[in-house]
Design a protein around this ligand. Sequence first.
Ligand code: MCN
Length: 760
Amino acid sequence: MANVIGQRVRRREDPRFLTGAGLYVDDVQLPGAKRVTFVRSDWAHARILGIDTSAVAEIPGTRVFTAADVDLPTNPLPPFLGIDARMQRPFLASDTVRFVGDIVAIVVTDGRELGVDAAELVQVEYDSLPVVTNLRDAARDEVLLFPDVGTNVCMRHAPESPDEHLFDDCEVVTSGTSVSQRIAACPIEPRSSAAVVGDDARLTVWLSTQTPHQDRDGLAGILGLDPGRVRVIAPDVGGGFGGKGLSAEDVLLAWVARALGEPVRWTETRSENLVAMHQGRAQEIDFELGGDRNGQIKALRLKILQDGGAYPGLGAFLARLTAMMASGVYAIPKIEISIEAMVTNTTPTGPVRGAGRPEATQMLERAVDMFAADLSMDPAEVRRRNFIAPDAFPYTTAAGTLYDSGNYVGALDRALETAGYEQLRQAQAERRAQGGTLHLGIGLSVYVEVTNGISEAEFGAVEITQDGAAIVKTGSFSQGQGHETTFAQIVAQRLGLELEQVSVIKGDTDVVLRGSGTYGSKSTQIGGAAAAQASEAVVEQAKRLVAEELEANPEDMVLDLGAGRFHVAGAPSPSLTWGELAQRLDEQGRLTELSAEVDFAPSSPTFPFGAHVAVVEVDSETGSVNLQRVIAVDDAGHIINPLVAEGQVHGGLAAGIAQALHEELTYDEDGNPMNSNLVTYGIPGAGELPFFERVEMVTPTPINPLGAKGIGESGTIGVTPAVHNAVIDAVSHLGVRQLDMPANGQTVWRAIQEAAERSQ
Ligand code: MCN
């Protein structure tokens, strides 16, 4: 089987998912397992005066734990995040709660329903404290979440030498604020975990996660155990979207299993998920973009404000990825960035599909549109005048980021041609001339993002079985991305095996030696590359072993990929297939020689890119937005499986459109979450999305042997500003210059009214 890479192979995991045969954590059989229910604060900020658990203790077989019972440290954060350690999260709140959802007690019962009832019997006496949920208010340090620290700022980064004259050579300086509103990852399968201590005193934990090995090490560290004493198993996962990894709840569950010596499990409800799982974006950027009257951009200054939520973690750090991508696809000579991350009385923030990079693109692509409007230039033309040229790679931006490869003008050209940009502008002009209340808007976004952003390594192993098939063990994990298919393609191609002969194993720390897991769209370029190199190493070993068997020179040995046979170059007979070789080696007790392990460590991240065009119709009487077309060019280098990659882009586009038009998590002034179910959180369905028009483009990367970049988040990153720009473009002739996302309904209607009032 040669050339399986690049084929539209159907995902082999789908029959399992589509027929309900997937195995998720909540499906794992654990006889006698008790249910854990977390008692959560319904106050956003309050002192705990007392917790009365006596009513629960009276229910037979029920146990309850509060902070006083649990001997765990605060949740340690990796030092590279640069976050004030005094703001680390206690696993259970002891004296103060800081967001609605903070955990105050753990109830352990025989069943789920009893758990809900018992949790309600826990009486917590609170003394309310002032609440701050808004970044700008938090920055004033009037309401402090950690009074001992004396500020709400949890991470700060200032330019080394601020340049007062940054815009001196600019004729036009466009300024504004880009708000990337708070959104939810919202996986279909909510978080779920189960834990049991075995007879050998080892702890086994089933997690719905993206990072089994990191979770094992994290959990062992917190519990003070050797990692060898902990096994993490991640079965099928019904979506993660950046939101899944070792959570406070998982740690507490493991603690309870050890404390009771009994199996325990927890699966959160949708409402619990929407208040307690970390949330994404929650960032505001004040920008100034300067240039000359010919549309040449000369300088950019950003002040990034990031909401870390009540206990800062990765969410606060993600502002650094925004800074990393600040130059976007443009050659901007001078960039100055400051970052302040803040704590607020809201759910902690963290990565959600795109994680730090959408915020950069949303800001820059709005800023460029506003700059174009200030110059009365076509937004496509301004972009063209500022692109990093295709022959300029590798290219280091003024933000200090080294891009591997790209062709931004090529992406825009393809997108505009497919969209019929000139005709669309003409149709828009005609529509405006006619008057009426339905307005046509065309929005552009040209983006570059970073995948494997902190340049991590990944583990991959390949072994040949007795019957000549292959097993791939990967440290990457798949929470829906289809690795069982695409990683098998990578290996089958190199071994000359049928796809069906290659199976992929992931997610069990006792079976896969090492791994970093899946986030930052890094799996293919590092996990896939490791599997590729391990396959090549196995082929080299096989050549040596076949040469021994056939009494030939190993250097003359070749693998006929089409037939899956080894023979001497130019002499097809005698030959050995993988199966024949494996059988002979097995008889000699040497089968393990047909295996290899690789840790692939790339020199740097990769930088996928693309161009998106959105066409909308806006009703100025209601503000409602009808998204008519999305044209998407997404270049992730060589594609392993175009069908899977297309699915990834589709999902990404849906998520990005959702942020532009539908989704937002908000809090009232007391810090109550306003969207804790799917009635009030506007996740769109397929019926609210148009058919996507995809255009393929391939610009390989030199960073890994596959020439592949990541594609899991591209759609999300590119499309949001295209749709946002399209909505504003539709009503720009009515005097609207800026409006926040989700740009739909009331927000649009108000912006139109305000513009009308201004013009009177
Ligand atoms: N692929 C390909 N050719 C490429 C790049 C990728 O054929 N050049 C294929 C891959 O082999 C893989 C899929 O596309 O099957 C995605 O690969 P990649 O871009 O490497 O991303 P990851 O596998 O690391 O996935 C992570 C990414 C992230 S960060 C989020 S968030 C996200 C996403 O993927 N969450 C998802 N896609 C998701 N899709 C589903 N169904 N569920 C989620 O939770």
